[in-house]
Write a protein that binds this ligand. Structure first.
Ligand code: ARG
Length: 464
């Protein structure tokens, strides 16, 4: 086993450096370098506060802030060399700051620990990621609204058990997803609001004996207030878990829409045509146009929910406060965030580009006895029949149509009257799919006017 020199930042009490394997398992710089910008913002705010409260001199704070800006520039230009020996982003930056400005750098860590530092950096990162996700969700909602508006009155089959159930409108179906992604948007905002408290100043776990101003750093970093309990501040990662839960639900919604796009674009359904931009060909079958983007988005839930389960399991059973286990919090969150953004953006592009085929939708809407419920409702309304009896009579008529291999509206009046004498010509009006959807005017129902009202409501809401 190799011997190394001890760590330059915390190595005071160590005679030997870490074993190579220890260094590998301990180091997080390969992934937490993504927190660099947040780390520097946190240090900037901390240095300013230390000067304002007289804990360090204004000259030292100015040197620190200048030095931090130079470090940020180096990182942005790709000139910063990240070192595994320095474990993580916090120590990499502090070490470089020391190289650049010398002794004032040693004062930056006054009244602070890596525990509150990492909790702050990570909260800032997750918070910004949520804001970005909200933009992506809003863009997706907008293209769904466009699709809904275009086909507010196109009839299509509505399904339960993936069996033809009742005719609905294309607009109504699109708007169902608008509702889902709209709730995701709310969940994201809700999580953002709750996590927006600053851990900075909680120090290692117990707070600090220095007269720091936590409100000042909280404000500088855009937090609503400082976390009220220092133990909680350094030890919980529920903010990341809320992000992952919201991300999992969103990914689940995306997977359902993807599945529908996959089914709808098959030669058997032909409800939609996906654009070439979001499809791929097959290397062997020349006729194929595969919905790969939809399939990949459908799969993203796997890794996003995986990240959620991973972090929940990492956190489960950890005694307060910080334990190194918590360093394992970042990679799942980064991966989930990247993939959620990608999936949302790809879905928005795909929905925007796709073409629904109203003739095919309509043809399918009429098949599978989709207006059977309308027929039963007609018997109740016009013939004062009890619904259970109407259900039975309609069932007999469906069986008859099935036997004759035709749709309900193709049965002759004589045939209809064989099952129930009271049926008259006017029944045909409810057997058409257009009349069926137009009649479902109840609030939230599929009637085109209802759908248009909902589109209007959403457009107003997005403008707020
Ligand atoms: N790299 C560490 C992490 O991500 C930073 C906090 C280290 N704290 C400590 N007490 N060792 O969790």
């Amino acid at each position: 086993m190799s011997k190394e020199k001890s760590n330059e930042i915390w190595g005071g009490r160590f005679v030997e450096g870490p074993d190579t394997i220890m260094r590998s398992i301990n180091s997080s710089i390969s992934f937490d370098q993504r927190l660099a910008e947040k780390d520097i913002a946190g240090s900037h705010a901390h240095a300013e506060m230390l000067a304002a409260t007289g804990i360090i001199s204004a000259a030292d704070a100015a040197a620190i802030k200048n030095g931090l800006s130079s470090v940020m520039e180096e990182i942005k230009r790709g000139e910063f060399s990240f070192s595994e020996e320095l474990e993580d982003i916090h120590m990499n930056i502090e070490s470089r700051l020391t190289n650049l400005i010398g002794s004032p750098a040693g004062r930056l860590h006054t009244a602070r620990s890596r525990n509150d530092q990492v909790a702050t950096d990570f909260r800032l990162w997750v918070r910004d990621q949520i804001v970005e996700t909200k933009f992506a969700l809003t863009a997706l909602i907008k293209v769904l609204l466009d699709q809904a508006e275009l086909g507010a009155d196109w009839v299509m089959p509505g399904f339960t058990h993936l069996q033809s159930a009742q005719p609905v409108t294309w607009g109504h179906h699109m708007m169902a997803y608008v509702e889902m992604f709209g709730r995701d948007l709310d969940r994201a905002e809700d999580a953002r609001r709750r996590m927006n408290e600053s851990p900075l100043g909680a120090a290692a776990l117990a707070g600090t004996s220095f007269a720091i101003d936590r409100n000042m750093t909280a404000k500088a970093l855009g937090f609503d207030r400082p976390c009220a309990n220092s133990l909680d501040a350094v030890s919980d990662r529920d903010f990341a878990l809320e992000f992952l839960s919201f991300a999992s639900i969103t990914a689940m919604h995306l997977s359902r829409l993807s599945e529908e796009l996959v089914i709808w674009s098959t030669a058997q359904f032909r409800f939609i045509q996906l654009s070439d931009r979001f499809s791929t060909g097959s290397s062997i079958m020349p006729q194929k146009k595969n919905p790969d983007a939809a399939e990949l988005i459908r799969a993203k839930i796997g890794r996003i929910l995986g990240a959620n389960v991973a972090l929940m399991t990492i956190m489960k059973g950890l005694a307060l406060t910080y334990s190194k286990d918590m360093q394992e919090d970042k990679e799942p969150v980064f991966d989930a965030a990247d993939n959620l953004s990608l999936a949302l953006t790809a879905m928005a592009g795909m929905v925007d580009d796709m073409t629904a085929l109203p003739d095919n939708l309509k043809k399918a809407a009429g098949s599978g006895f989709a207006t059977a419920t309308d027929l039963a409702d007609w018997l109740v309304r016009e013939k004062d029949m009890a619904f259970r009896e109407a259900h039975h009579v309609t069932g007999l008529l469906v069986a008859m149509a099935e036997k004759k291999n035709c749709d309900l509206q193709d049965l002759s009046l004589t045939d209809l009257q064989k099952v129930f004498k009271g049926i008259d010509e006017s029944i045909y009006s409810v057997l058409s799919v257009e009349n069926s959807v137009a009649s479902r005017k109840s609030y939230g129902g599929t009637a085109p006017d209802q759908v248009r009202n909902q589109i209007k409501r959403w457009k107003r809401k997005l403008l707020d």
